[in-house]
Design a protein around this ligand. Sequence first.
Ligand code: DIG
Ligand code: MN
Ligand code: MN
Length: 391
Amino acid sequence: MANNFQPKPEHKFTFGLWTVGSSGRDQFATNDPIRNSLSPADLVRLLGEVGAYGVNFHDNDLIPMDATPAEADKIKKEFRKALDETGLVVPMATTNLFSAAIFKDGAFTSNDPKVRAYALQKAMRGMDLGAEFGAKIYVFWGGREGSETDVAKSPLEGLKHFREALNFLGEYSNSQGYGYKFALEAKPNEPRGDIYLPTTGAMLGFIETLDHPEMVGVNPELAHEHMAGLNFMHAVAQAWDAGKLFHIDLNDQNYARFDQDWRFGQQSWKQSFFLVKFLEEVGYNGSRHFDAHAFRTEDYEGVKDFARGCMRSYLIFKEKARLFNEDKEIQALVAESKAEDKSMDKFLGKFSAEKAAELKAFSFDRNAIAGRGLKYEKLDQMLTDLMLGVR
Ligand code: DIG
Ligand code: MN
Ligand code: MN
């Protein structure tokens, strides 16, 4: 069956309003946007045109900070109309706790209790807005939660304040009956010199210190783990193993760069292939959210190319993973490298005193074991051939 890599609702591809709505402005061109801004309703229609399943938003992507109640109602009505027209859903919402100057030294972890209280208020209102449109995942990215110098800000205080905020907001969600699952998103730095809880692994440890860890998971982002020099699929696998992969931000990135938020599949083919292969093999059923922006060089036709490219690349990697798993020669080599060896079953698995005693007395031929070739070179080249279309 010819696979034309067309997105379908079952693929659960989503984009944030801030992604396809990015003006192309970057930190070096603060007053010179490349693309005029589109309304949330028009962005929903753009996403409907390219075949997305859903749209996510920060509170202020939808409702500007200083909108009057009448303006807010008008925007929400038009947004709702566009959702109805296109059939798009809103799986995730989040709060912008990083753009406004008041957050210059953090939101939940600010040294100023007024800022911490204001951030709680803003987050509650953001949760209200997300619930209004049916969001069930609430993301927390602490873009300003960190420091440039630790001279007057304690990471211990930061963790305590962040924990207090999440405990408070978890109780708020329960009190409102919103049924949110919180997804914590890690990033090592930018816009702060260092951001607290810099990696998905750090977030997983932190979640266990919360009052309601069962309602809190992670939202790993490819670019952010790459900024930390880490293997994204390994981070995602640990989150999955812990039952905490509540959401995922897909994009792309060169290693050792600032957060480039490039189109998914643009740069890191192999890492993206292994990531998609993992998600599909374990049966991840959440959104495939593309937290990325089109190049600054693009007009809105280019933005549509960007959005189509994110989804097309995902589907190509998914097809390549199917071919890899169905390739008899490859699978024979994979099985060989795993060296199914039932003779060790009596030693492995759960502890018993007998097992320990027998194992301690067992003698291994270390040289023979060490001398076995694992054929990873041949296997990896077969993957390269497959990815480059010569297999
Ligand atoms: C940046 O990677 C962050 C913000 O865009 C947003 O809060 C979160 C949700 O995707 N990702
Ligand atoms: Mn990012
Ligand atoms: Mn993100």
